[in-house]
Structure formats: structure tokens, C-alpha cells
Design a protein around this ligand. Structure first.
Ligand SMILES: N[C@@H](CCC(=O)N[C@@H](CS)C(=O)NCC(=O)O)C(=O)O
Length: 194
């Protein structure tokens, strides 16, 4: 049988307290953010989208990315970066609004604007997904895994899935993948099954 998995170790870290980087993370990511990946030669990678792109290319046998010359490659890069550069960043403004204003009372406005923006960004993604099983068509790629993760960060996930049943259907397909199910389980991700 073709070996798809690659060995890895998971290290869980404490969440950062506002303004304080947890010690375990300080030498790995000066911003105190997860995820971070340490490669066998000690190289440290941060930035979730870069890590996803790197791993998918490094382990092509997992078939989680179209090959560099495949016609779907442009859409693959576009949507993965779209998620990381837009929805993820808007999520951060919704979750950490006070970081994005120097006005003591400004957080609630940052959050409200972030939620409106996020709704629009998801509409664009849902429209691109359309009635396809995954963003590129029939085959899952790491952009789908990334989108499924971000879907669970909506403040009201059931309402979000109700509004975007096609994103929900994609989410269900992603979490049915055995490796994703394992990771979701380890992270104690809530089960959004009906
Ligand atoms: N651009 C980074 C953002 C990472 C990020 O914001 N991670 C959050 C968890 S979702 C975090 O560690 N937050 C703690 C903090 O910023 O203090 C990436 O894509 O990896």
C-alpha cells in the first residue's frame, strides 16, 4: 500500500495572554502565534498558509495539491492565499479587536466592521465553491482543509452553515477524511454534525 502519512510530533502550547508571548513559543515565533512547524533540520516555519503549501508540495503522494504545472494550480494558490490573507485576518480583528485600534472604546467598532467584512469574504468564497464538492472540483486540497478550519471560527457556526450549505457540505467532506478526523479529534474541535 502506498504510504501517505508522514511522521510528526505535536507540541501543545499555552495560549498567549494579551501582550505576553508564552515562553514555549518565544523561541519559535516571536509573535507568539501558532501554528509553527519545526523541520527535521531545525528550520522553523510560521504562517499557516506557507506551512500548508510547503507540506502539500513536500508530500505529493498525499494528493493535497495540484502539481505545479497542473491547470488548477492558479486557482489553488489563489484560494488558499485568499483565505489566509482575508478571512483569517478578518477573524483576528473579530477575536482580538482591541489590537486593531488605539481607541480604548474602539474595539466594538473594529469587531462590528470585521464581522460585516467576514460575511462578505465568505460570500465570495461560497460563490466560488458553488456546488462543487471542493474548491477545485472533485478532489480535496489543503485549501479545503484551511477553509473548513476557518468555517469553525465563525462566531455563530450553525447560522453560518445555514447561510452557506455548500460550505457546510464541503466541511463535512473534509472532516470525513481520516487524517483530518484525527487532527480535529486531538484539537477537541466541536462536532457540527446536524
Ligand atoms: N498569520 C498567522 C496568524 C497566526 C495566528 O494568528 N494564530 C492565532 C491562533 S488562530 C494565535 O496564535 N493567536 C495568539 C496571539 O496572536 O496572541 C498564520 O497564518 O499562521
Amino acid at each position: 500500500m502506498k504510504r501517505r502519512g508522514a511522521p510528526y510530533e505535536v507540541e501543545l502550547v499555552e495560549r498567549a495572554k494579551e501582550g505576553r508571548v508564552p515562553e514555549a513559543l518565544a523561541h519559535v515565533n516571536p509573535l507568539g502565534q501558532v501554528p509553527a512547524l519545526t523541520l527535521p533540520d531545525g528550520t522553523i516555519m510560521t504562517e499557516s498558509a506557507a506551512i500548508a503549501l510547503y507540506l502539500a508540495d513536500k508530500y505529493p503522494q498525499a494528493e493535497l495539491a495540484p502539481a505545479p504545472n497542473a491547470p488548477e494550480r492558479a486557482a489553488y494558490l489563489r484560494w488558499l492565499v485568499y483565505l489566509a490573507a482575508n478571512i483569517y485576518m478578518t477573524d483576528l480583528r473579530a477575536y482580538y479587536p482591541d489590537r486593531y485600534t488605539s481607541d480604548q472604546n474602539g474595539g466594538k467598532y473594529v469587531k462590528a466592521a470585521a464581522l460585516a467584512r467576514m460575511a462578505r469574504e465568505w460570500e465570495v468564497y461560497a460563490e466560488a465553491l458553488d456546488d462543487k464538492p471542493f474548491i477545485l472540483g472533485d478532489r480535496m486540497c489543503v485549501a479545503d482543509v484551511y477553509a473548513a478550519m476557518l468555517a469553525t471560527w465563525n462566531l455563530d457556526v450553525p447560522a453560518f452553515f445555514k447561510k452557506h450549505p455548500n460550505v457546510r457540505a464541503m466541511y463535512d467532506r473534509v472532516v470525513a477524511h481520516p487524517a483530518i478526523a484525527r487532527a480535529w479529534g486531538r484539537n477537541e474541535m466541536e462536532d457540527w454534525k446536524n
